[in-house]
Design a protein around this ligand. Structure first.
Ligand SMILES: Nc1ncnc2c1ncn2[C@@H]1O[C@H](COP(=O)(O)OP(=O)(O)OP(=O)(O)O)[C@@H](O)[C@H]1O
Length: 491
């Protein structure tokens, strides 16, 4: 299938279909013709046109019946009817049946060209808007902003304030991976603009010479390749939100133009003579320190002050570690849906490593870590054996017994011995408990970890009075362990 837009011309008058096809091909469309209803049906199925120019009077089938049939097959199909003046009634009927336009014979080829071009502009725009809306809906279900720390509650409050006040510019700041994009989307979805598009532009990813075109669009003839008027993001997002991500990377000259749009609420297409109204909310985001950039002359101070009127500052994850468990549960749930898995949670020691780590890559790094664990772990609970050394070595778990350490005999963990001493037997019991904890209560895994058989492990568990998951139930030989304890961290 071709990438060009496809048009089917259905007319039994050879000269008419030939002249239409020639003109439309010159315009860059992929065109096929059909001289009868039956031929049109065949072509329609194979060629899958997006637009049909359809004669009402065909030798074998009524054009209106064909219209209904085509529309039933593809409700987005754009149909332009061609009628003889004598059949003006059928033109009205055609419009009622879903045709978008009609021409009476004889018609002016330029007029048809204009209507066809407009039709494709409209469908392109509709598709883009539907896409943006669809994407946003899809993501807004998935991409919930999770967090119940006080710091995140402050963020939620600010989102609501900005949404309710319909703030025209909002600056979202925070380290990379803290959720700035999610905040921008949440702001859009919770505001009166949620039915209009949300369009994101990554200022760092678009070359400087293309950015202006992307944002403001161009007029036909604005430059050599500009064969048609092109709408930019500000026009496509009409009524909605333009999200300018990585605003710190916006070229200096463009910064001035953005300031002008914010202040005048108007912009001009490239090559245009008139201003166009910009009815959008502009949300900007950056991980950079804009204030510092202003001092260094890298960011315009006037734009900074304008953008900074409403600022939502996202705290790094290390400053709200209490959000980590909820985020882990949330990612397990969304990744279960995505990969068709049934993971239930993370083992206790895994949780301790994860909550004890500082997450320099913030929530993004945590999400990636959970995804990795889910890929590698076959069990229902995520064990710590697949955690990267980066995490096990740098984590400072709150657990009193285990410490991340690379140079010890327990594969990354050692036990702090109490100063007053400990019996070998009690130590063995503790090690069994730790192994069971590490394996999420899975005895086969724990036995494997301790390099023993499952039967031996079960025998020892029974000996130490440990239940299925390693919890104490009572010793079967009646022995008491007294005066022993494991030292708290740092003892
Ligand atoms: N509070 C949160 N709740 C759930 N998921 C989150 C949260 N914060 C971030 N994420 C997830 O973390 C990842 C990174 O988030 P996002 O892209 O919004 O960060 P960012 O701050 O815009 O990063 P960058 O500065 O690198 O563009 C995404 O997968 C996002 O869904």
């Amino acid at each position: 299938m071709t990438n060009k837009n496809r048009i089917l011309v259905v007319d039994d008058e050879k000269l008419i279909s030939w002249s239409l096809a020639t003109m439309l091909k010159k315009e860059g469309y992929d065109v096929e013709t059909a001289a009868s209803g039956n031929e049109a049906i065949l072509r329609f199925t194979e060629f899958r046109p997006q637009l049909v120019l359809l004669d009402v009077c065909l030798p074998d089938v009524n054009g209106l019946d064909l219209l209904k049939r085509f529309k039933a097959a593809n409700e987005d199909l754009y149909v332009i009817m061609i009628t003889a003046y004598a059949h003006a009634d059928s033109a009205v009927q055609a419009l009622q049946e879903g045709a978008e336009d009609y021409f009476g014979k004889p018609f002016n080829l330029d007029a048809v060209k204009h209507v066809v071009n407009k039709a494709f502009e409209k469908t392109k725009l509709k598709k883009e808007v539907d896409y943006f809306r669809g994407e946003l809906r899809k993501k807004s279900d998935q991409d919930k902003l999770v967090g119940n720390s006080q710091k995140m509650i402050e963020v939620f409050k600010m989102i609501k304030v900005c949404a309710d006040a319909d703030a025209k510019t909002v600056l979202v700041t925070g380290e990379s991976g803290t959720g700035k994009e999610l905040v921008a989307k949440a702001l859009h979805m919770h505001s009166g603009r949620s039915e209009a598009p949300f369009i994101e532009v990554n200022c760092a990813a678009i070359p400087e010479n293309l950015l202006e075109n992307e944002l403001f669009g161009h007029e036909k003839g604005a430059y050599t390749d500009a064969s048609k008027r092109h709408k930019g993001v500000f026009e496509m997002a009409e009524g909605g939100t333009v999200f300018l991500d990585e605003i710190g990377d916006m070229p200096f000259l463009m910064q001035a133009k953005i300031l002008k749009v914010i202040e005048s609420k108007r912009f001009r297409r490239l090559g245009g003579q008139e201003d166009v109204e910009a009815n959008v909310r502009i949300v900007t985001a950056t991980h950079q320190n804009l204030q510092q950039m202003v001092k260094e002359g890298k960011f315009r101070s006037d734009l900074f002050f304008r953008l900074n009127v409403m600022n939502i500052a996202l705290p790094p994850l290390r400053e709200r570690k209490e959000d980590v468990p909820a985020l882990i549960q949330y990612f397990i749930k969304t990744l279960n849906d995505e990969y068709g898995r049934t993971v239930e949670g993370a083992c206790e020691d895994t949780m301790e490593y994860l909550t004890g780590y500082d997450w320099p890559g913030n929530v993004r790094e945590l999400r990636n870590c959970i995804e990795r664990l889910m890929m590698l772990e076959k069990e229902k609970m995520l064990g710590s054996e697949h955690l990267s050394p980066e995490i096990t070595q740098r984590s400072r778990p709150g657990n009193q017994l285990m410490r991340a350490n690379s140079n010890n005999e327990f594969a990354g963990e050692h036990i702090l011995l109490p100063p007053e001493g400990i019996s070998l037997e009690e130590l063995e019991k503790l090690i069994i408990q730790l192994a069971l904890k590490k394996s999420g209560g899975n005895q086969t895994k724990a036995a494997k970890y301790l390099k023993t058989s499952r039967d031996t492990l079960r025998y020892r568990m029974k000996k130490f009075g440990l239940g299925e998951n390693g919890k104490e139930e009572g010793r079967f030989d009646g022995e008491e362990l007294e005066g022993e304890q494991i030292a708290p961290c740092g003892a």
